[in-house]
Design a protein around this ligand. Structure first.
Ligand code: IPE
Ligand code: IPE
Ligand code: MG
Length: 241
């Protein structure tokens, strides 16, 4: 274990809303897309840092179902970056024993991107280190809507009895099936909202907001978030034991 982690409980699942790429670029008089480019570098670095810290699951919000509302130019630039970084990610995942999984509705992407996502998942599926989950064209409400559709179809087909549906049944129909709920959620750039991220899964997650813009996020920032998490008094509705 790294020396400065001694005595700390490492959250098993860290979820991140990476925000502030645009503001980071604006502050430097650069186009927004430069912020996204730099943000991708930070994602790569964070994957390696999290893997070394012994975090088991890292989930990052890369593109929301609402982000299609941005300009055609910005969406196009994000898709290009996505294409480029998928290839890089394959190398990083192999080097760090990382398993990659994408959540979100992928059919809206171009065919080559869908193929890239499938390949990334397939080629890393046997890696045993960190599970890196990327949320793309992801929205919590969309995820629940799609889950309800499948659950209803299964009920109508007689595969499922409505009376026996439990919370675990619903979790099992979500894109995150099999992934434990996040322990810690970090949002960069100061906004205090979920923006449709993991709305079911974060029912008891600890939230940590930093003013730091995503491209400036680093190991020190992550460590500070984990230290804050260690000071939290998690009760899950009960009383302190
Ligand atoms: C986060 O940065 C990246 C995406 C949502 C794709 P933003 O692009 O939202 O940056 P700000 O919030 O405008 O600074
Ligand atoms: C949330 O950030 C989505 C991602 C990080 C991919 P946004 O910047 O899109 O969220 P809002 O619009 O500020 O809520
Ligand atoms: Mg933003």
């Amino acid at each position: 274990m790294e020396a400065d982690l001694e005595g700390l409980v490492i959250p098993r699942h860290v979820a991140i809303i990476l925000d502030g790429n645009g503001r980071w670029a604006k502050k430097r008089g650069l186009p927004r897309t430069m912020g996204h480019k730099e943000g991708c570098v930070t994602v790569e670095k964070t994957v390696e840092i999290a893997a070394r810290m012994g975090i088991e699951y890292l989930t990052v919000y890369g593109f929301s179902t609402e982000n299609w509302k941005r300009s055609e130019e910005e969406v196009g630039a994000l898709m290009q970056l996505f294409r480029y970084y998928m290839v890089r990610l394959l190398k990083i995942a192999s080097k760090n024993n990382v398993r990659v999984k994408m959540i979100g509705e992928r059919s809206r992407f171009d065919a080559d991107i869908i193929e890239g996502i499938n390949r990334l998942e397939e080629e890393t599926k046997d890696n045993t280190g960190l599970t890196f989950v990327i949320a793309v064209n992801y929205g919590g409400r969309d995820e629940i809507t799609r889950a309800v559709r499948r659950l209803m179809a299964d009920c109508l087909a007689g595969k499922c009895d409505p009376a026996s549906i439990k919370e675990e049944t619903i979790s099992g129909y979500l894109d995150t099936a099999g992934i434990p709920d996040p322990d810690l959620l970090i949002r960069t750039s100061g906004e205090i909202r979920l923006s449709n991220y993991l709305i079911w899964q974060t029912a008891y997650t600890e939230f940590y907001i930093t003013e730091c813009y995503w491209p400036d996020f680093n190991r020190e920032e992550l460590l500070t978030a984990i230290q804050a998490y260690n000071r939290r008094d998690r009760r899950y509705g009960g009383v302190k034991g």
